[in-house]
Ligand binder design. Structure first.
Ligand code: FA5
Ligand code: MG
Length: 435
């Protein structure tokens, strides 16, 4: 029996798929008392997202990406779900955890130029060749990278913009962007993530080297007073050498400046105040085609070492290529000859924003960063690090429940107990809509 006139109408907010497990149809009835009937309306299941669908093609042999058309060829492997992510640029949203983290890092390196919104489509030359990637580097393969066609791809790292940024004459800069890799999907990997590239170069003349030394002294003094334990390794070693064209003393000074600058950033991000256990950071030898010596940095967090960033002393090839590059800065301007940066030596790092944000905000799954659910987004506000409060992975689900009431009515608390018995803690709130 379904009432023609509803005496009480409750709205129950809970989580789809968990309210009444035995029922899969659009509408089901559940008798809970002799005089009471509940009408449960189920929402249709949401369309599956993230499924690889046919590419949206502007014409039979073209695809449209960020309002530009590209010819497709045998190399094309970009999917529609990836194309849909391109305009989102989460790092530009000031109240998104990635935007909040970006601002925090930018405020730490307050005198560095800040770049973002750089177009994600690059040439393989920019992503690989200009940085000295060998031809057989696995990163180039179609199984690892997204190709639009043989001439264009999605950047796989923010280092793809090193040459053009140095070419523009920038000597201290941060560049934040979305990067794309064909990768496994699990709670800490996603095919789109965000990196921040940071770089600083110094002139190799007397004044430039004095500048590195002074900065190293300033940073050392700051770190000496802080609650941080650093597991260090030599700045250079036979397996992680200075570049042959570099004065080894200059290389050591620049590697030290990189380490001190990075450690002070990690201290700013992860604290290490008097009350806390000291922040533990460890430096590890690494290999990147575009730096030597090269390092990775890990932070001890909840008993586990987490890789936060890769870095090193910039390969001279990058700076030489910057000198030859046809400069286009700001990136939307007409290309013009590069002022270049001859006689410079410097460092660069590339850090993963999600990895750091997961730690700082306590976000357990990398996929949550893409959520548009107000239960996620409303938890964060500009310039504030707050701890994420978990909620169901299912979308909120509203149930309108109408039923006859016995003579004398039903107390709201009696109904709430009934809901608790059936739905447990899955029901978030219960409201009387009309009676
Ligand atoms: C790079 O991408 C280098 N371009 C970093 C670099 C820059 C080295 C400048 C030297 C000089 P790597 O692939 O290790 O390196 O990525 C850098 C950081 O991005 C990692 O430390 C990690 O924090 C993050 N990262 C890498 N892969 C993923 C992924 N699949 N999901 C989330 N974060 C990732
Ligand atoms: Mg790495």
């Amino acid at each position: 029996m379904i009432a023609d006139r509803f005496h009480q109408n409750f709205m129950v907010r809970g989580y789809a798929g968990s309210w009444h497990p035995s029922s899969h149809d659009q509408c089901s009835m559940l008798s809970v008392a002799t005089s009471t009937r509940l009408l449960l309306r189920r929402h249709r299941p949401l369309p599956l997202t993230g499924r690889i669908r046919n590419l949206h093609r502007a014409s039979s042999n073209e695809i449209s990406i960020l309002d530009q058309r590209y010819e497709v060829d045998g190399t094309t492997n970009i999917t529609q779900s990836i194309i849909a992510k391109l305009p989102l640029r989460l790092h530009n949203q000031p109240a998104h955890p990635l935007g909040i983290l970006r601002s925090k890092i930018e405020s730490h390196f307050h005198d560095f130029a800040r770049l973002s919104s750089v177009h994600p489509v690059v040439t393989p030359a920019k992503n690989f060749d200009l940085l000295g990637f060998p031809l057989d580097h696995p990163g180039r393969s179609a199984t690892d990278s997204y190709y639009i066609n043989k001439d264009y791809m999605l950047r796989t790292h923010t280092s793809a913009h090193e040459v053009e940024t140095f070419a523009a004459g920038q000597s201290k800069w941060l560049l934040t962007a979305d990067v794309y890799r064909r990768d496994e999907i699990d709670s800490s990997h996603y095919p789109v993530f965000h990196q921040m590239e940071g770089a600083r170069v110094f002139k190799t003349d007397k004044a430039g080297i004095e500048e590195v030394k002074a900065d190293n002294e300033r940073l050392s003094r700051y770190l000496d007073q802080s609650n941080i334990v650093i597991e260090d390794i030599p700045h250079t070693s036979p397996t992680n050498p200075a570049q042959p064209t570099h004065d080894p003393v200059h290389s050591e000074l620049v590697a030290l400046n990189l380490k001190l600058s990075t450690n002070s950033l990690l201290l700013k991000l992860f604290g290490g105040g008097a009350r806390d256990a000291p922040l533990q950071v460890r430096w590890i030898e690494a290999y990147f085609p575009f730096t030597s010596p090269s390092f990775e940095v890990e932070v001890l967090y909840q008993g586990k070492w987490l890789e936060i960033l890769g870095c090193g002393v910039v390969q001279q090839l990058t700076l030489d290529n910057a000198g030859k590059y046809l400069c286009c800065f700001p990136f939307s301007a007409q290309p013009h000859p590069s002022p270049g940066i001859p006689d410079n030596i410097g460092w660069a790092f590339g850090l993963g924003l999600e990895r750091i944000a997961m730690i700082l905000f306590g976000i357990p799954d990398i996929r949550l960063f893409w959520s548009t659910d107000p239960r996620f987004l409303s938890q964060f506000s500009e310039n504030k690090i707050t701890t994420f409060k978990p909620y169901s992975k299912y979308p909120a689900c509203f149930k309108d429940i109408s039923f006859w009431v016995p003579e004398g009515g039903v107390h709201e608390n009696d109904f709430c107990d009934l809901v608790r018995d059936v739905a447990g803690d899955l029901a978030e709130d219960v409201k009387i809509v009309s009676d």
